[in-house]
Design a protein around this ligand. Sequence first.
Ligand code: ATP
Ligand code: LTN
Length: 327
Amino acid sequence: MAKKRIFSGIQPSGNLHIGNYLGAIKNWVTLQDEYESIFCVVDLHAITVPQNPEELSRKTIEIAKICLAAGIDPEKSAIFIQSHVPEHAELTWILNTIAKISELERMTQFKDKAGKNWEGVGVGLFDYPALMAADILLYDTQVVPVGEDQVQHIELTRTLAKRFNSKFGETFVIPEPYVRKEGMRIMGLDDPGKKMSKSASSEYNYISLTDDENAVNRKIKKAVTDSGSEIIYSDSKPALKNLINIYSLFANKSVKEIEKIYVNKGYAKFKNDLAKVITGFLVPFQRKMADLSDKVVLGILKKGAEKVRPLAQKKLQEVKKKMGFVL
Ligand code: ATP
Ligand code: LTN
């Protein structure tokens, strides 16, 4: 039986943290064996908020390095830069004519990012979900692995695909979101009520993928905990629950196993080991990143674009033909 196809994207902006890794990239690495996988560095999405040009190109390569060092295998998966396949932008324009203002206005991410005075906000930020729909629909994607926060965008993608199909005839595959439970939401180390975020005001909120051993130790030591001294996984102990989740994902141990190890051991020992588990991942990961040259990475990204472009071209031709464009 043919493998199902997945597509996912990641923005080349900000400093990636372990939440991004555990919530997104780690899942991609696992999924690439089971699915035909396409991964995209979404630079066109990044410019929906102002970007410094040098920074954008540096980050684009850096994100690709992160994916490769984390285990995305270019022999198994295609990894490429969104703007290298111009069909993404062209299909976005077409989908713009199908999407409704009221649908885009409802998007939580837009409301969060645009704030109250959204009349002055760029149109690109408003239109972000249409570009994301184009990414997904160009490749007959069946499954879209994403964090919980992106599910609303996939639902909109499904709506647009169905609307197009019913107006112009069967064209797009209707994609399903795929959200892995444990990695779903890593919370801030300084505030387990909010997700770990690169835009947090304190560096004690997150562990960056570029943090060294010292920084990891410092941040884990300072991470807030709940009252009591037992290591138990419970909704009534949100800070500890988050730390156990992080431990579990990095050490590939179940929550139950972790609870068992720390019976009568207390927070100090648990935190000490957690810091070790995290650096145990970060040190070899950072070494692999350092070993990848910009040139090699760009070569891989260009090859990835060559691999997927024919699929995108074919789908876009089909769309244009159905809509009545002269080809
Ligand atoms: P910001 O918080 O600054 O808005 P971000 O850190 O959420 O940005 P994105 O670029 O929006 O980063 O997300 C990249 C990927 O990482 C997405 O798939 C998103 O769902 C996932 N992700 C981001 N933060 C977390 C988190 N705290 N826990 C799990 N997954 C996360
Ligand atoms: N919006 C997503 C990134 C993204 C994406 C996509 C994910 C852009 N295009 C297509 C899945 C499929 C984010 O911010 N994580």
